[in-house]
Design a protein around this ligand. Structure first.
Ligand code: NAD
Ligand code: TDX
Length: 331
């Protein structure tokens, strides 16, 4: 099988490529990635001899058409993915997340290629901290940020292309991922690399906001389950019952580094900061028989800390500029 992976040089996409090469030798992988600030050729270095990397944008219709024509499946990870960046400049989010997804949909429609669209739980907006509810596939869309609204729009494009044009597509909406190769602008790797540098972790606001953490390997095993066993046109929510507030995550990291639980700083909050995300993944578990492997958050976090310690050459080049951007916002 020939698989085109968009965004395969980013965090989740590169982990997907590694997992696929490791576990599915029958799959031939081509990555299409624009290598923005978030994409890194080095993230594919361990599999470089087994994977073709095409540098280009998913908004380039001619390039996309040719690559889709010679694929049996497209797994679409490419996106502008960071909420804080979307608040500073929404423009690339509209281009990549909306126009890029539209461009891919037109190509899979033309060539009759199976499509899997990777999306986020943020399309549902947020839940109250004291609300026992979780997101389900029928929760109404209510996105908060330019990032989540463009992801919501891209999901709706996929649904319409399935309904109107018979495109063979599935959608997954996953909660917050952690693991190796995540850009250090994101919460967990930012704090890990700060701690390695002897800098105190930076918590937005009071740190009460809740995220539903899942290890990236579990996200990607669920994606393969949906590709192989999911029903066309369906949406599957991916999550591993990993709810933690941000303060708890920082405290666990401080413990792993052998520091006092109070050894962090409060910084400016994110405007419009979503309170809580929580996923009900029962459809994925019951219908497709998927289960996560990383059920102990602390163990997964320890392994992630070890990875950042061992791979400083991967993240160090981006550290200074990333922190300078945050410092300019009092974060
Ligand atoms: P990332 O920012 O680490 O990687 C995105 C990749 O897409 C990068 O390699 C980048 O170079 C590439 N890219 C950006 N614009 C492109 C374009 N126009 N053409 C081609 N490539 C382009 O993001 P991530 O965290 O790996 O997220 C991957 C996907 O998973 C996204 O669709 C995101 O919405 C979704 N998602 C992420 C999370 C999470 O916790 N990180 C959770 C749920 C869903
Ligand atoms: O320094 C920080 N301090 C802090 O308290 C940073 C960078 C973040 N935070 C908070 C904000 C959030 O409540 O941590 C939480 C997680 O922040 P991010 O890593 O920016 O993730 P989030 O905004 O929740 O979105 C992530 O999960 C859903 C991904 O970036 C999205 O791509 C995905 O769709």
């Amino acid at each position: 099988m020939r698989v085109l992976v968009t965004g395969g040089a980013g965090f989740i996409g590169s982990n997907f490529v590694h997992q696929t090469v490791r576990e599915r030798p029958d799959v031939q992988v081509t990555v299409l990635d624009a290598l923005t600030y978030a994409g890194d050729r080095e993230s594919l270095a361990p599999v470089a001899d087994k994977v073709a990397l095409v540098e280009g944008s998913i908004t380039d219709a001619a390039l996309v058409d040719g690559l889709v024509a010679s694929s049996d499946l497209v797994v679409h990870f490419a996106a502008e993915s960071h909420n804080d960046n979307s608040l500073n400049d929404p423009s690339p989010f509209v281009q990549t997340n909306l126009v890029g997804t539209f461009t891919l949909l037109e190509a899979v429609r033309k060539h009759g290629v199976r499509f899997h669209h990777i999306s986020t739980d943020e399309v549902y907006g947020d839940l109250e901290l004291d609300d026992p509810a979780k997101f389900t596939p029928t929760t109404p869309y209510n996105p908060s940020s330019p990032y989540s609204s463009t992801k919501a729009g891209s999901d709706l494009l996929v649904r319409a292309w399935v309904r109107s044009f018979g495109v063979q597509a599935t959608i997954s909406n996953c909660s917050n991922n952690y693991g190796p190769y995540q850009h250090i602008e994101k919460f967990i790797p930012r704090q890990i690399t700060n701690l390695i540098d002897g800098v105190r972790p930076k918590l937005y606001g009071a740190g009460q906001n809740v995220r539903d953490w899942i290890h990236v390997e579990d996200h990607n095993s669920a994606v393969w389950a949906i590709i192989e066993k999911g029903r066309i046109g369906e949406t599957y929510l991916i999550g591993a019952d990993g709810e933690k507030n941000n303060l708890e995550v920082v405290e666990t990291l401080l413990e792993i580094f052998g520091l006092a639980k109070t050894d962090f700083e409060h910084v400016n909050d994110r405007p419009g900061h979503d309170l809580r995300y929580a996923i009900d993944a029962s459809k994925l578990r019951d219908e497709l028989g998927w289960t996560p492997r990383y059920t102990d958050f602390r163990t997964g976090l320890e392994a992630t800390v070890d990875w950042y310690r061992a791979n400083e050459s991967w993240w160090r080049p981006a550290k200074e500029a990333t922190e300078a951007r945050y410092a300019a916002q009092g974060q």
